[in-house]
Design a protein around this ligand. Structure first.
Ligand code: P1T
Length: 379
């Protein structure tokens, strides 16, 4: 089945009760048993729920995995992955990543005796010098949030395999429409399904997808034991969102390109970060592992400082100033004070997240309106 068909049908069966084409929202916490253990495959909704299962099957299908798991948020999904580890274990992570992931790693899991190394991975061989006997996981975001760096998943996977270390890829920005990390050798794919998979800024959710049965069993155990699951209503909404993922992504990419090209040719813009530019330092890898370049763009206004950036985001009208990304509507963000505020200034500036940086999630509106909005805001 090709991707555009999988988004609609992948892992789906018509409801066995009445043939409903969309899975019903099984709004129930529990299931009747005729005798202890005498049930129809469902006991309690933290463990299993038919609507959530339909969504988990869709996750597995679109990411070319065998097993999908849905969580109450992207961070809950990451939390479950880190719970595979034990005190003393070490993780090597990209140094440019969502601020909330950084906060979870440093403020929660370092307290449980795990060690995190945040490093630049644009040159994958950089990773080797951080690997030792305690290294158990490599955590990659690509494209990175918000600097749009690209990490060579295949190259990192070769290093991970050589040292028997798990590789997890946060595929939130790209989605499987643009890149399929499991096909490139990753062991775990993670999503903030809040973003492109849901696609309509109306749900907070996380996803994990794996191929390996043993790894899936360990993660299902954590999902059930820790209990950070999502509800049936939200499962239904994300399942509905996935059905148009390919169509939305096509337009996100088209509009993203138009906005990136507008910004780069604007005299009052100093720098634009978008992997589709030929002079982006990782453009060749992006071209190889992605089918297009997506709708996420970051930029710095000329002579930019904090005040100038704030003025621009305040002036935008079609772009809404808000946390999050990946919905049908265009959003702007100021990473230093919003999504990445939990990273110490010194740390975030090392990876380029300066006070003048603005991030755009380019939506699927008419691109002329988006460009006109940017024009009036930038001046
Ligand atoms: O918000 P949540 O669903 O818990 O997902 C966390 C998360 C994980 N990974 C990436 C790459 C993310 O971008 C996020 C959430 N990001 C934002 C809210 C944001 O505006 O960047």
């Amino acid at each position: 089945m090709k991707f555009n068909t999988k988004t609609i049908h992948g892992g789906q069966e018509h409801d066995p009760a009445y043939g409903a084409v969309m899975p019903p929202i099984y709004q129930t916490s529990t299931y009747a048993q005729s005798t202890p253990g005498g049930h129809k495959g469902y006991e309690y909704s933290r463990t299993h729920n038919p609507t959530r299962n339909a969504l988990e099957n869709a996750f597995a299908s679109i990411e070319n995995g065998n097993y999908g798991l849905a969580f109450g948020s992207g961070l809950a999904a990451i939390d479950a992955v880190i719970k595979l580890l034990k005190p003393g274990d070490e993780v090597i992570s990209t140094n440019d990543l969502y601020g909330g992931s950084y906060r979870l790693f440093t403020k929660i899991f370092e307290g449980f005796g795990l060690k995190f190394h945040f490093i630049g991975m644009q040159n994958a061989s950089n990773i080797e010098s951080y690997i030792n006997d305690n290294t158990k996981l490599i955590w990659v975001e690509t494209p990175t949030n918000p600097m749009m760096n690209i990490i060579d998943i295949k190259a990192v996977s070769n290093i991970a395999k050589k040292h028997d270390v798990l590789l997890a890829v946060d595929n939130t920005f790209a989605t499987p429409y643009l890149q399929v990390p499991l096909d490139l050798g990753a062991d775990i794919v993670m999503h903030s399904a809040t973003k492109y998979l849901g696609g309509h800024s109306d749900v907070v959710m996380g996803a994990l997808i794996v191929k390996d049965k043993d790894l899936a069993d360990r993660l299902y155990f954590i999902q059930n034991a820790s209990g950070a699951v999502c509800g049936p209503q939200d499962s239904f909404l994300v399942l509905r969102g996935i059905k148009t993922l390919h169509v939305r992504m096509q337009r996100h990419c088209e509009n993203g390109r138009a906005v990136a090209e507008f910004l780069v040719s604007h005299p009052n813009i100093e720098k634009v970060y978008w992997p589709g530019f030929e002079d982006h330092p990782n453009h060749d890898i992006a071209k190889e592992q992605m089918t297009d370049f997506g709708g996420m763009i970051s930029f710095i206004p000329s002579g930019g400082d904090y005040e100038k950036a704030i003025k621009i985001v305040e002036k935008m009208k079609v772009f809404t100033l808000a946390e999050s990304l990946g919905g049908v509507e265009s959003l702007s963000g100021h990473p230093a004070s919003m999504t990445h505020a939990s990273i110490p200034k010194e740390e975030r500036e090392k990876s380029g997240v300066v006070d003048s940086l603005i991030r755009l999630s380019v939506g699927i509106e008419d691109k002329d309106d988006l460009i006109a909005d940017l024009k009036q805001a930038i001046g």
